[in-house]
Design a protein around this ligand. Structure first.
Ligand SMILES: Nc1ncnc2c1ncn2[C@@H]1O[C@H](COP(=O)(O)OP(=O)(O)O)[C@@H](O)[C@H]1O
Ligand SMILES: [Mg+2]
Length: 233
């Protein structure tokens, strides 16, 4: 197992308020790891630290053997970490295709380009000229995922892909994962749907109030162990 990404004792703050209290995390090349936890546990903050959107100490985050904590977000994308942000954050004045092309501006080489994405999500090809925000929630999530893939990352960080979507749409989005990991992509998903998180991932981390409350193989835990780690009950 080649270690691709790791955090050591990662702490994060919003002003005086501490959100992460020493997160130790490891990711090997080709893994799909899920991060679960209740609202406010620190999941988004963790992904934002990895992506350079929330400040982190330089040596607390290591990517391919280099300390990347606190680097500008653009530099981190160029190095191969891409975030699908919570709430999608599409450019509302741009079409579906223009949104996707924004992701490709980093010009990293790799398998993902417009034709590949349209083959993965044919509905996006049909709607390519429409304003991205006129699409359904599930289709907008496909655009957000596609935009991140267009940067040909080595690690794809997904923050709550399933948020606000119907179960059938959630399944449709996750059905794309094998095609994505099949290229050797390494993926981190933040997911509140614990059943889905356990089903699609090999390993799981549960965060509780800014700390790791449980971690290990996704199939190693009972519902009770997970609820305990999730809610601290
Ligand atoms: N921009 C912000 N300013 C201040 N506090 C924040 C901000 N974003 C998140 N927080 C706080 O940090 C903690 C973790 O939040 P977050 O990472 O969004 O959790 P999660 O994604 O697990 O729901 C929460 O207590 C939240 O209120
Ligand atoms: Mg969040």
């Amino acid at each position: 197992m080649t270690r691709l990404l790791a955090t050591r004792g990662l702490q994060a703050f919003y002003g005086d308020a501490q959100a992460l209290f020493g997160i130790d995390f490891e990711l090997a090349k080709g893994e799909l790891v899920a991060i679960i936890g209740a609202n406010g546990a620190g999941k988004s903050t963790f992904l934002k630290c990895l992506s350079g959107l929330v400040r982190a100490p330089r040596t607390a985050i290591e990517f391919k053997g280099e300390a990347i904590g606190g680097m500008p977000a653009g530099e981190i994308v160029r190095r191969g970490l891409a975030l699908v942000p919570e709430g999608r954050r599409l450019f509302p004045s741009l079409s579906v295709e223009e949104n996707l092309l924004m992701g490709g501006l980093t010009q990293r080489p790799g398998p993902w380009n417009l034709p590949r994405l349209y083959a993965l999500f044919p509905i996006l090809a049909e709607k390519r000229q429409l304003p991205a925000t006129s699409l359904s929630g599930g289709q907008q999530q496909m655009v957000a995922l596609g935009r991140a893939l267009m940067s040909n990352p080595e690690v794809l960080l997904c923050d709550e892909l399933s948020l606000g979507l119907a179960p059938i749409v959630i399944r449709e989005i996750y059905a794309a994962m094998p095609a994505i990991t099949g290229e050797g992509m390494t993926v981190v998903i933040v997911e509140q749907d614990v059943t889905m998180a356990q089903r699609v991932s090999q390993r799981i981390y549960c965060l509780q109030e800014g700390r790791v409350s449980l971690q290990g193989r996704s199939d190693a835990f009972t519902r009770e162990q997970i609820s305990q780690a999730y809610f601290g009950l």
